[in-house]
Design a protein around this ligand. Sequence first.
Ligand code: NAD
Length: 359
Amino acid sequence: MKIAVLPGDGIGPEIVDEALAVLRALDLRFEFERAPVGGAAYEAAGHPLPASTLALAKAADAVLFGAVGDWKYDRLERALRPEQAILGLRKAMGLFANFRPAICYPQLTHASSLKPELVAGLDILIIRELTGDIYFGQPRGRRAAPDGHFPGAEEAFDTMRYSRPEIERIAHVAFQAARKRGNKLTSVDKSNVLETFQFWKDVVSEVHAEYPDVMLDHLYVDNAAMQLVKAPKQFDVIVTGNMFGDILSDEAAMLTGSIGMLPSASLNANNQGLYEPSHGSAPDIAGKGVANPLATILSAAMMLRYSLNQAEAATRIERAVLAVLEAGLRTADIARASDSKVGTRAMGAAVVAALAAQH
Ligand code: NAD
């Protein structure tokens, strides 16, 4: 199994090292190859996604990604900023399906801003379409308004669009994911106002005919945003477009209260994927050895499950993470004032030890 390892910037290298230690502790054979990405690649090669890094990622079975970005690059022209590396990888690898689980571990309900009874045991999966929608639709730009309320005035515009194949493929991914979980899928749209999302709803309903065992319902995005904070446990799998998914997945992440715990996966049609924590490079704590590595370790578990066909090893990692939480280990981001805190390396080592204890 060939893994491209792209640690990136800030806390990226620290947390990726712990995920690698956990993968190495499994009885599996991996070939890891590292390459710079983001600000680190800009420093080394003048571009956030050098051709050699992209080639390595494309040739690998999966990419384990840390995080990119630092405020010191904010003044660079957009094309050279670290974050462009993620967009470049998504585009070049055709990563159209973004999986964002939001799990609230029973030991960490105190970290949520919602009442414990609303979030204890929360386990939802948001599947966001990642390569279409208003973020990529053409035409877009600025111009003198050809019509509207203020003809001739300066205006900006974007284009929201989805083609049938784009909706069909993300719907298939979502129905299949729901089958592996609670058999319930909620499709989120804005079909009451937007043509694009009436089409989305129609196509998702058509694809549903192939998955009669999965329960499907439809929600408007405004209602979905409300339901997520009112009664989040009603959801199993949510599928939605790029922009609504961008917003709802961050809302769901916050229900768990701990961004340092949340993994993510972005997959293409061949199940090749990029796996990364949901958080950024956290420059404020980089180099201090205090970052929580669990989101990255859980991303490695997702990599085993979705790209490498090693579901059993994935479950072992997830059980090991549960065990360290159960044992009371806490990095600063998930600790209460009364908890004693551990650093990045101690947390990673504890997961490795919990894996060994499973035998
Ligand atoms: P961030 O996610 O990096 O940090 C937000 C807050 O959460 C910070 O206080 C940080 O210390 C904390 N935090 C994040 N991850 C943590 C962890 N594992 N353990 C403990 N605490 C953690 O978001 P930001 O500060 O808005 O952005 C910082 C940089 O990261 C920016 O340059 C941004 O563009 C970039 N970014 C990158 C990605 C990515 O690589 N996918 C995603 C988001 C932001």
